[in-house]
Design a protein around this ligand. Structure first.
Ligand SMILES: Cc1cc2nc3c(=O)[nH]c(=O)nc-3n(C[C@H](O)[C@H](O)[C@H](O)COP(=O)(O)OP(=O)(O)OC[C@H]3O[C@@H](n4cnc5c(N)ncnc54)[C@H](O)[C@@H]3O)c2cc1C
Length: 497
């Protein structure tokens, strides 16, 4: 077995820093050239996928299901990319970020079902819950009516907004509810704040309701995010009753989703290599890929190559010859959103809310007590959990946090936690962790959407997958899953499969 072929489940933090390499025998065994002619005739292709996030794994699921030879090469020692989870030295699960599945994530749910993980997530009460000062909460619950009346009536009943906010929103958001794709595209040149104000919706509702939604969606403020993704989501969620439901993974995204995907891919003959960083491509005279070269010098030959790397990684390793294509130059228009995730272990429960929570004027935008929401992980007797709350909090906007020491960030988080959860003032903090991601999802700022690339590139054997590529969702697990499906379909269709 290859030393760095991925076989086990969730990784331990200490494993993340191990190095591994091919022995010469292993190298010759697994890194042989493809017999392209025969493969093309049989329509069975060897496809190399770089990056084992949701996009790369989804593409692999599609391709192994169609009988193709799939090899995945992942830079890190763990799979999952932005949804990766690892164990620290106490045995606690550390998440790259708190992750929620929405009711509208149809493709992701299909993949969960296909890999036998359909029971690995749980739906929560259908409500937006805002944690207010001193332990109170405000709610936005949909009414039990068909959409859009469910949202309109639910909005009129919410205690989050004033009467004037509600009237202004019904009037202001009407174009979003009735708009079509062409309308949404035409609104991409302005920020959401500008759009909101132009429509006469109240300033108070912008700060009270939508700021937290913008931060949750893209980790940036409403005066930075483009109007387009916000109003697209209003339309989608305003017309589909179940789209706004939240589900949490029963354990964590690693155990509940990534691990079943890995098992499925390998059970169908797919191979997964970790500690295998793509470094560059060697080209043929027509600029197509001759071979991919890993950081340690190993060469990979395949019939087709899929990059499922984040956009900031792939743009660094594009051959200069390819930059004559606008398609590749456009990738330089994308900039990653910084974000951080903080986990806090308390010696007692500081909340009993079994759902996602939002808040305003706090260092965290969305959060949950995962000892309650993720019922099979973070429990008493597991790692540091003693039966108390384990808060997982997404910190956004986070540009100012990237260079701040973790102790300082934790102090700021605790201050806001004390303010929102009075029971925490008497609780003992047992442990805290912070994961910083300086470039997470791409910033959905005005005029960037048009640069999202199709999964088919101008290079005949090179394809792109990833949450930033062109599909109808913003960067998200669903967007990544859709990109994986699209890249597989388009690749096979280009090769006549
Ligand atoms: C804090 C946080 C919270 C989030 N919450 C949610 C949520 O609640 N719901 C939701 O839907 N989405 C959420 N997201 C977004 C979601 O995680 C991403 O949109 C999605 O996981 C991206 O998947 P991907 O496969 O496109 O990219 P990635 O997950 O980034 O995967 C890319 C992979 O490529 C690998 N790689 C990079 N360079 C190389 C190289 N040179 N060679 C080989 N491999 C390489 C990386 O290590 C990584 O594994 C959240 C993100 C963050 C950061």
């Amino acid at each position: 077995m290859l030393k760095f072929e991925y076989r086990s489940g969730i990784m331990h933090a200490n494993d993340l820093f191990c190095t591994a390499a091919f022995s010469p025998k292993e190298k010759s065994k697994y890194y042989t050239s493809t017999t392209q002619g025969d493969r093309t005739l049989n329509k069975i292709m060897k496809i190399a996928i770089f990056g084992a996030g949701v996009a790369g794994l989804s593409a692999a699921v599609e391709l192994v299901d169609r009988g193709h030879t799939v090899e995945i090469y992942e830079k890190r020692k763990i799979l999952g990319g932005k949804v990766s989870v690892w164990k620290d030295s106490d045995g606690d699960s550390i998440e790259s970020g708190l992750h929620i599945i929405f009711g509208g994530y149809e493709q992701l749910q299909r993949y969960m079902k296909r890999v036998g993980a359909e029971d690995n997530y749980q739906w929560k009460e259908h409500a937006l819950i805002y944690a207010e000062e001193n332990g109170t909460q405000s709610f936005f619950r949909k009414a039990n009516l068909p959409s859009p009346w469910a949202e309109v009536v639910g909005g009129m009943r919410t205690d989050l907004l004033t009467f004037w906010d509600k009237i202004s929103l019904v009037k202001g958001l009407y174009p979003a509810i009735t708009g079509n794709e062409a309308y949404f595209r035409s609104q991409d040149s302005m920020t959401y704040s500008e759009w909101h104000r132009r429509k006469g919706a109240s300033e108070h509702s912008l700060q009270r309701l939508w700021r937290a939604i913008a931060l949750a969606m893209n980790f940036i403020e409403p005066n930075v995010i483009s109007a387009r993704p916000m109003i697209t989501i209003f339309n989608y969620f305003g017309l589909n009753y179940t789209a706004t439901k939240f589900a949490f993974f029963c354990k964590n995204p690693g155990d509940s989703m990534i691990e079943p995907m890995r098992q499925y891919i390998q059970s169908k003959g797919g191979r997964i290599f970790v500690d295998a960083k793509l470094n560059r491509f060697e080209l043929n005279s027509d600029d197509s890929i001759k071979e991919a070269v890993l950081k340690d010098g190993h060469k990979i030959e395949a019939d087709a190559y899929i990059s499922a790397l984040p956009v900031h990684n792939i743009k660094k390793i594009l051959p200069v010859q390819w930059l004559t294509h606008k398609y590749f130059r456009n990738l330089h228009e994308f900039v990653g959103s910084p974000v951080a995730n903080c986990q806090l272990w308390f010696d007692r429960k500081i909340t009993d809310t079994d759902n996602l929570m939002f808040s305003q004027s706090t260092i965290f935008a969305t959060f949950a007590d995962v000892s309650i929401t993720c019922a099979e992980d973070f429990q008493k007797g597991m790692g540091s959990a003693t039966g108390g709350s384990v808060m997982s909090l997404v910190l956004a906007p986070a540009h100012q946090l990237m260079d701040m020491p973790n102790e300082v960030i934790t102090e700021l988080v605790i201050k806001d936690i004390h303010n929102r959860f009075p029971k925490s003032r008497d609780a003992k903090l047992l442990k805290s962790t912070i994961v910083k991601i300086p470039q997470s999802v791409y910033k959905a700022v005005p005029d960037v959407d048009k640069f999202r690339p199709n999964q088919i590139s101008p290079i005949k054997n090179f394809f792109l997958a990833g949450d930033y590529t062109d599909q109808h969702y913003l960067a998200s697990m669903e967007g990544a899953a859709l990109s994986g499906k699209l890249v597989a379909e388009k690749l096979l269709s280009r090769f006549g499969n």
